[in-house]
Design a protein around this ligand. Structure first.
Ligand SMILES: [Zn+2]
Length: 151
């Protein structure tokens, strides 16, 4: 009986909050992706250094989750697949920059390409990390009780 009440209380709390908060609740893929957390327990960090623009640690990813022990590189070459995500993000950014540039200016083709190039260069470290987080989230379910290297 007590458990039922607390579940109801939790549900009420979720629906009382603005939708955007519920979207980022612990246990959602969005929470794990945006905060760069382990997709299984959402406690351990994928990257120790939170700043993606530190050139020494931009590409340094933790091997396992410090909280649940999940091995992030699930199998050899697992993160090659993140390149597809990275490609999709790159196209999305390029289109966004192109459309924005044409809304506010009248750039030539070469000016558009330079703007896209600069935007992609600046977003590079974020795209790299985000694509790995998204890719990992496609394959690992939220399961806070699970322990061990296998997902
Ligand atoms: Zn974990």
């Amino acid at each position: 009986m007590a458990a039922k009440v607390s579940n109801q209380g939790r549900l009420n709390a979720i629906f009382a909050e603005p939708k955007i908060n519920a979207m980022f609740k612990k246990g959602t893929k969005l929470n794990s992706t945006v905060k760069m957390k382990c997709p299984r327990c959402q406690e351990g960090d994928l990257f120790d250094d939170k700043n993606p623009y530190n050139p020494k640690t931009t590409l340094v990813m933790n091997e396992t989750c410090s909280n649940c022990g999940l091995r992030f590189n699930i199998e050899a070459g697992f993160f090659y697949g993140a390149m597809y995500v990275s490609y999709a993000l790159t196209v999305a950014i390029s289109v966004a920059v192109y459309v924005t540039a044409h809304l506010f200016f009248e750039p030539t083709v070469s000016q558009s390409l330079i703007a896209i190039f600069i935007a992609l260069l600046l977003m590079g470290p974020v795209v790299f990390r985000l694509s790995r987080a998204l890719w990992l989230n496609l394959f690992v379910k939220y399961n806070p009780e699970a322990r061990g290297e296998k997902p």
